[in-house]
Design a protein around this ligand. Structure first.
Ligand SMILES: [Zn+2]
Length: 106
């Protein structure tokens, strides 16, 4: 029988996950780095000058040029969530680490 590559793929241990993404600040940093590796750029006018506010649970970036206010989670699948990013990161981790024991297509 051939080796099941999904069952034996390398994963991320829970302690390693918690070390990297265990706090809300770490999750925000990871999302910010993924979305804006070169820094903030206003989606309306393209300027980089902005303020940084914390409105509720998530960072908000009012543009200094056109005053458009965007947030770290706007235009992402996290938009409109009331849960903390750390909850979503944990859910994503758990789903991604689950290894099915029964795959009917085999
Ligand atoms: Zn702008």
């Amino acid at each position: 029988m051939a080796m099941d590559r999904i069952q034996f793929q390398k994963g991320l241990s829970l302690p390693a996950f918690l070390e990297q993404f265990g706090t809300g600040a770490q999750c925000e940093d990871a999302l910010e780095q993924a979305r804006r590796p070169d820094g903030f750029r206003c989606p309306c006018c393209g300027q980089s000058a902005h303020y940084l506010l914390r409105a509720g649970k998530h960072k908000t970036y009012p543009c200094k040029a056109c005053r458009l206010q965007t947030s770290l989670i706007s235009d992402t699948l996290f938009q409109s969530t009331h849960l903390a990013l750390s909850v979503w990161f944990m859910a994503t981790y758990l789903v991604s680490q689950a290894k099915p024991t029964c795959r009917p297509w085999h």
